[in-house]
Design a protein around this ligand. Structure first.
Ligand SMILES: Cc1cc2nc3c(=O)[nH]c(=O)nc-3n(C[C@H](O)[C@H](O)[C@H](O)COP(=O)(O)OP(=O)(O)OC[C@H]3O[C@@H](n4cnc5c(N)ncnc54)[C@H](O)[C@@H]3O)c2cc1C
Length: 529
């Protein structure tokens, strides 16, 4: 059996980050990734990521029917390739608000307040335009402005200002609120995933072994401590590897709790019912699931100016050539170029994120309504609904039993109603009216007018924006899965460093926060030596 200093399970946003830091510190590392390499042009070309849906590089987790969402099963796609989410995501670079991390600290996690996490955000970052107290310029992760900006993104930004929202050109600076263009994890119009940056920088180091198309099944334990993992390749053939120091789980918020439970670490009653011997009874594994949803708000426009049809035939060929020859044009776009953060309650904090999408976008791969237009989607940033990830059986091949309990908290539905009113106000401003923008419904039913209409629209059309988090929460209470150094409570030599440790989902997109968590995880691991 191969023996390494550390085994990292899951080569996604977090896994590639931790691996980089450990190898740089002179440690030997085995990185196990279930998916294939990131060697695919649609990973690296920013506008190509929409083509990755329905390919082997995206794994779709299907929920149980959601009672509070019209009985629908809602899908949550996740990256399944080197770089994980950072290789397939929309590249929006957002950290959340400073108060989010102060809340983490106040939830029993010393050293996770804003002042504690800001240095890790900055250390990760290499910002092309911004520097100063909030930004790093020397890190592995490239952050830049989008090279291409669609006319509909500009129009929506102007309309939002006409509606009274201020313009913000740095959502990760002194204030999160306002409307503007997002910065993206790109450099020179090429995606900067953690695989193409962090991992690539150590890829040739002889201390690193990367296993692709390799699925970790169980953590091996000895006297209750983690000592290694079992791994199966695509044919199902199994092997095992041992770690001298630690096993680090970075398989993401839907797979990390699965691996723990398959290994006998989780709620003893559930494990017992499936015949899995209990290594450590941890009631909090798989509970506290959180995600951001958004809901479509569609404006049809008069002229054929949206992205509709740009990915087909001669138009697509022209964009492709322009990108290949000059690194310019539509394929430099991350599609979700602009949006912002608004306060719909008057609390002083943003509670709704808005995205402007220059297309009548459905829930990929499901298409949106026909015609040219713009989607202005509100997302509730601080959802109160909490769901669960459980095992269906003791068989690692079986999908998880996934009940996100989306919209189960009435506050979430109320947030969407406020968010829809805000985007409707933006949609009615002169800069969009001049394009002939008219509100349309997703499938021809009557327009929303009352609050109840908007709530019903949300129940029918809300969809995940792919930020699963919180299923192995950090804390110091009985339901916490990891402590504030990311060590699994009661299981020596086992750590979790991915989005599953978030006690509460931050108010924004989750890639940068996950990379920050992994940076801090690496600090704790190396500091512990
Ligand atoms: C389509 C999409 C768009 C998004 N857009 C944005 C955005 O614009 N901005 C933003 O900030 N965030 C975005 N996100 C969210 C963000 O990318 C994620 O929050 C982040 O990638 C989570 O990182 P992670 O390391 O926790 O998990 P992941 O990056 O998902 O990594 C987990 C890795 O573990 C692997 N794995 C799972 N199980 C096993 C196993 N048993 N053995 C071995 N390997 C395993 C998976 O294949 C995967 O590569 C998006 C996500 C998606 C899917």
């Amino acid at each position: 059996m191969d023996v390494f200093d550390y085994i990292v399970v899951g080569g996604g946003s977090a896994g590639c980050t931790v691996t980089h830091r450990l190898v740089k510190a002179g440690k030997s590392v085995l990185l196990i990734e279930a998916g294939p390499s990131d060697n695919n042009q649609f990973v690296h070309m920013p506008g190509g990521f929409v083509r990755l849906f329905s390919t082997e590089r995206v794994q779709v987790y299907q929920s149980e029917p959601q009672t509070a969402a019209g009985g629908r099963a809602i899908s949550v796609p996740q990256g399944r390739t080197l770089g994980g989410g950072s290789s397939v995501n929309a590249m929006i670079y957002i950290r959340g608000s400073a108060e989010d991390y102060d809340e983490w600290r106040d939830m029993g996690n010393p050293n996770w307040g804003w002042d504690d996490v800001l240095p890790a955000f900055k250390r990760a970052e290499s910002n092309q335009r911004l520097a100063g107290p909030f930004h790093g310029t020397e890190g592995p992760l490239p952050v830049s402005d989008t090279r291409f900006r669609h006319p509909l993104s500009f129009a929506a930004i102007r309309a939002a200002q006409e509606a009274g929202y201020s313009y913000n050109d740095d959502f990760n600076g002194a204030a999160q609120q306002g409307i503007g263009f997002y910065q993206v994890t790109q450099r020179d119009a090429v995606r900067g995933s953690t695989a193409s940056t962090y991992l690539q920088a150590v890829r040739r180091d002889s201390r690193l072994k990367v296993m692709l198309r390799a699925t970790a099944g169980k953590i091996l334990t000895e006297n209750g401590a983690a000592v290694g993992v079992t791994v199966a390749d695509d044919s199902g053939a199994a092997t095992a590897a041992l770690a001298r120091e630690e096993v680090i789980l970075t398989a993401g918020a839907l797979a990390t709790p699965k691996i723990l439970m398959l290994s006998g670490i989780g709620p003893a009653q559930d494990l017992g019912a499936l015949g899995i011997p209990v290594v450590r009874d941890l009631a909090g594994v798989g509970i506290n699931f959180q995600d951001h949803l958004d809901v479509p708000f569609y404006l049809r426009v008069k002229d054929p100016i949206s992205l509709l049809g740009e990915d087909k035939g001669l138009k697509a060929a022209r964009h492709y050539l322009q990108y290949k020859l000059f690194r310019s044009g539509l394929l430099c776009s991350n599609v979700v170029e602009a949006g912002g953060f608004i306060d719909t309650t008057g609390s002083g904090r943003a509670d709704v994120q808005i995205v402007f999408i220059p297309l009548l976008l459905g829930d990929p791969p499901r298409e949106g309504p026909p015609g040219h237009g713009l989607s202005i989607n509100p997302a509730v940033l601080n959802p109160k609904s909490r769901g669960t990830v459980k095992l269906r059986s003791a068989n690692p091949q079986d999908p998880i039993l996934f009940d996100p309990k989306f919209l189960s908290a009435p506050e979430d539905l109320a947030g969407f109603v406020r968010g829809l009113k805000a985007v409707r106000k933006i949609g009615s401003q002169p800069s969009l009216k001049t394009l002939g923008a008219v509100e349309i419904s997703p499938s021809g039913e009557p327009m929303m007018s009352t609050d109840e209409d908007m709530a019903e629209h949300t129940r029918r059309y809300a969809k995940s924006i792919y930020h699963p988090a919180g299923t192995c929460r950090m804390g110091s209470d009985d339901d916490a899965v990891v402590d504030s150094h990311l060590r699994v409570r009661g299981v020596p030599r086992l750590r979790i460093c991915d989005a599953s440790i978030m006690p509460k989902i931050p108010r924004g997109n989750t890639n940068a926060p996950t990379i920050m968590i992994a940076e801090r995880g690496a600090d704790f691991i190396l500091g512990a030596r």
